[in-house]
Structures are given as C-alpha cells and as structure tokens.
Design a protein. Structure first.
Length: 170
C-alpha cells in the first residue's frame, strides 16, 4: 500500500503578494491619517522628516507580515524565495530609513543597533544561501526578524507615533 501525499497549490502567489502589499500600504496610510486626527500633527523636523516616517512605516508593516509568512511556511520553495526577496528588500529600506528617525532619547539611539544588524545580516544571509550554507542563512535571517519584532514592540511606547496612535484609539 503506497501513501501518496496530496499536492495542494501554494496559496502565496505573486497576485496574493501584490494584493497584500496594496492592502498594507492602504492600512498604513489609514493608520497615519487616524494618528494625525487623534494625536495631532507629527513633529516633522529636520531630525525626523515626514518622508522618512512614511517610508519607514510603508516598509516595516509589510515586512512584519511577510516575515511571519516566510518563517512559518516551508523553506526552499519558489514562494519562500519570492517572499524572502521581497522581505529582504523591505527590511533593507526599513533599516536605512530608521537612521532619519529619532530614538527614544532623540537622535540615533540603542534601537538603531537592530538597523545595523539588519544591514549586515541580510547580505550575509544571501551570500550564505548562494554558497549552499543553509544553517548560516537561517541564522542570518532569523536575527533581523527578531530585531524587527523587538523594535516593533518598542514603537508602541507612548510618545512615539505608533504609541500615540494606540493611546488615541484606547
């Protein structure tokens, strides 16, 4: 008696990714509009320009959800590679834009360590997988994802944009 595993089509298609990104952008812009309505206008300054905040939010939010999908789904598949490439690009933009954002104490702060780690780890992960070193690839990609989650949690501290939004909604 042979056991045949049924083949299910992968639900993560390029169309799904495009729709997810479009919805995330819409939700990000909506959240920013709500924050401005309830928490007042942003403190856009030369130290924290509005374009950097907007671009950062437009990349970090989909990076979180794509990162979850990549981490939870089967590795090595075509969709894993596609979503991983999109995630890596989003994370690199997120890390770069973070240097225009103020830390908890103004200017560059301890949270920016995650940005530096991301800018080093993602190219290292790409290099490792191209060499066939899956373990090094996994380690190099897991670090930035954990950093994303930790930095994301810190973004909800009152006084920060997402923290103000949360307080305004409560």
């Amino acid at each position: 008696m042979s056991s045949v595993t049924p083949h299910y089509p992968n639900p993560i298609t390029p169309k799904f990714v495009a729709i997810t990104i479009a919805i995330t952008i819409a939700l990000t812009l909506g959240a920013m509009a709500i924050a401005m309505e309830f928490a007042g206008p942003s403190r856009s300054t030369s130290l924290q320009p509005q374009w950097a905040v907007t671009l950062h939010l437009m990349t970090v939010i989909p990076a979180f959800f794509l990162g979850c999908a990549v981490m939870l789904n089967k590795k090595g598949t075509r969709s894993h590679r596609l979503l991983g490439r999109i995630w890596a690009m989003l994370m690199m933009v997120t890390a770069i834009t973070s240097f225009w954002l103020q830390g908890l104490f103004g200017g560059i702060g301890p949270i920016h360590i995650f940005s530096v780690m991301t800018l080093i780890s993602i190219p290292r992960a790409i290099w490792a997988i191209r060499k066939g070193d899956v373990k090094a690839h996994q380690r190099s990609m897991t670090g930035p994802f954990i950093g994303l989650c930790v930095a994301g949690a810190f973004s909800f501290i009152p006084g920060r944009i997402m923290g103000n939004l949360l307080m305004a909604l409560l």
